[in-house]
Ligand binder design. Structure first.
Ligand SMILES: [Fe+2]
Ligand SMILES: [Fe+2]
Length: 210
């Protein structure tokens, strides 16, 4: 069995990450975990809580295991059925994580998996939750997930640099609006963006520093 060094501290998570490793998204997962931990600290959360968020955030996309690779890896726009399938991954991830004995980390990971695509303004999925109905930890992971995704090459678009990614997050573009993020979390990210950049760079040595 492949053992990801990230999760050896939590034996129960091993089979989960063993499966997740097959997604070839380990770098994104680990980066989002580290970014979320740093952002949680910037928001003043206590150290133990920040550590828990960092670990739980690593598992945010585990539900993609249940979405066909043909959809996950498709180059180009998805049709409606493929979009509907993709939008199920938070529900699959939540169900997957709930199947394990619930440690505090896995309990939080299940919530984050379910809510990391919900948006503060109610425009997210799978339930269109808004504001405080989204767990604070999920609001932190959500913005880190967007930042990390913008900075990585994806099959359907090219990566952008740190300043451009911060510009998209704070000012918006055709897909992203600042109203999608918790204002306090957005503010903390903007204030601590140099730290965010450093954490991203340390997890993506292959991406040219910007
Ligand atoms: Fe996701
Ligand atoms: Fe993600």
């Amino acid at each position: 069995m492949f053992l990801n060094p990230i999760i050896t501290a939590d034996a129960q998570a091993v089979p989960i990450m063993d499966a997740a490793s097959r997604l070839r998204v380990g770098k994104h997962q680990c980066s989002v975990g580290a970014l979320s931990k740093v952002l949680a600290a910037a928001l003043g959360l206590d150290e133990a809580h920040c550590r828990l968020i960092g670990k739980a955030a690593v598992l945010h996309d585990v539900g993609k295991l249940y979405v066909s690779a043909l959809v996950n890896d498709k180059c180009g726009p998805h049709d409606l059925n493929e979009i509907l399938a993709m939008h199920q991954h938070p529900i699959f991830g939540h169900a997957h994580l709930c199947a394990f004995k619930q440690t505090p980390m896995l309990k939080l990971a299940a919530v984050i998996a379910l809510q990391h695509h919900e948006k503060f303004d109610g425009t997210g999925y799978p339930f269109g939750l808004s504001g405080d109905t989204i767990a604070p930890e999920s609001r932190i992971v959500s913005i880190c997930d967007v930042y990390d995704a913008l900075r990585e090459d994806r099959l359907y678009r090219t990566k952008i640099g740190h300043n451009a990614a911060m510009q998209v997050i704070t000012c918006g573009d055709d897909r992203t609006k600042p109203s999608m993020f918790d204002p306090a979390v957005l503010n903390a990210m903007a204030k601590n963006h140099e730290q965010i950049r450093a954490v991203f760079d340390s997890h993506h040595p292959d991406v040219e520093a910007t």
